[in-house]
Design a protein around this ligand. Sequence first.
Ligand SMILES: NC(=O)c1ccc[n+]([C@@H]2O[C@H](COP(=O)([O-])OP(=O)(O)OC[C@H]3O[C@@H](n4cnc5c(N)ncnc54)[C@H](O)[C@@H]3O)[C@@H](O)[C@H]2O)c1
Length: 457
Amino acid sequence: MSQSETPLTSRREFLKQGGQLAAVSALAGIALPHVHAAESHTIQVGLVGAGGRGTGAAADALSTANLGPIKLVAMADVFEDKLNRSYESLKKKCGDQFDVPPERKFLGFDGYKKVMDCLKPGDVVISATPLAFRGLHLEYAIQKGLHAFMEKPLTSDGPSTRKLFQLADEADKKKLKVGVGLMIRHCRGRQELYKRIKAGQIGEITMMRAYRMHPGVGTVFSKPKPADTAEVPFQIRHFHAFLWASGGLFSDFNIHQIDETCWMKNAWPVKAHGIGGRHYRGDCIDQNFDNYAVEYTFPDGTKLFFGSRCVQGAYSEFASFVHGTRGSAVVSTAAHTPGKVRIYRGHNMEKQKPIWAFPQPEKSPYPLEWQDLITAIRKNQPYNEVKRGAIASLVTSMGRMAAHTGQVITYEQMLNSDHEFAPNVDKLTMDGPAPVAPGADGKYPIPEPGIKKTREY
Ligand SMILES: NC(=O)c1ccc[n+]([C@@H]2O[C@H](COP(=O)([O-])OP(=O)(O)OC[C@H]3O[C@@H](n4cnc5c(N)ncnc54)[C@H](O)[C@@H]3O)[C@@H](O)[C@H]2O)c1
């Protein structure tokens, strides 16, 4: 099947399989305000979190002009340098679709409200800050009748996941469409692979494995805070270093592959146990381990073995595999895109030729996730990825917590855990207290498996 034959049909099929339509159809017949945009209407987009991904997501949003008029009208960030860099880059790239006068550039923790106050019901807000602010942003978006695009991950702990579940239902009640940046789900190759696996082309899945191993990237291995920098801005700028801000490298990096393998299995794991540790850390102050090995167990007993390592000079692999009774499949070959998905008759992928492979070159899923979201908005089709994105975030956190505590962690334990890393994120100020404080040595609390058994720090 060609790329052009698959897109929206498989997307709708997927939503049905995820049970999302059930919630929506329960609301059928209830009169709800119209928040969809017909094809001729201009959709306005607001960006909150104008960093690397936010800038990319805004450009991807505007790339849907083939579906109808769309423009960027407001932007917010907490750092002026980041806001200005993104502003200049999008202004240069997006031509007439860039409609952000200086008075619609907002700086500060309340910038998300100011951006959304510039939008009208049926417009779209992007939340591409670190994950700690997702609940806050989605809650306000729903209040304002806005559709949303939320970058992954959505949550890093049980309490914030429970809140996202509630918000998912509220978004459905208002018929709002919400996309979540697990863009692999929109990759046409992976969609085709999912169908083939479901049709039995590799038999029953017996085992899955995935690896995200490369040198440390982003802000995972942060050096001590300079004396003239306040805690909150330091922690936000170095969000990969802090569990409250990002779920750490385990959640921020690994969610994609954990989600894509769970998708292929068409199930979520019920428990995890794992190991991990820190090597050669010098004066790094982050809360991460640099290596993790997590075994996830699905309801039928099948395992996903996941390996994560950020170590300079060690072997790198960034790929996901599914093994079945009749063969095996590659879900990701090297990073996220191109996926180059393929199926083998046996398990010796290095020695065999695939019996099927998705035609190359394949399209990047980043613009495709926006084609799908904006199509749903313009056609007023059910589209809500929040619950699925929150579950993907939760099961990722379950693996992280298992490795950090040295305990077996179940889905229910993770979901019902009372440790909320950043309960007062709505009250943060640049010079106020941060969600985690350093010790006298300037280092932040790290997990101690077997010693700290019920909390990660
Ligand atoms: N889907 C993907 O493949 C992908 C790729 C990269 C990043 N991401 C996700 O996108 C998010 C951002 O990552 P990034 O790499 O762009 O980081 P980044 O640091 O480049 O961007 C984050 C931006 O958010 C801003 N910010 C932080 N808190 C804010 C707040 N309360 N209000 C407004 N702005 C705020 C920061 O100043 C920064 O400019 C993360 O959740 C990350 O996991 C997803």
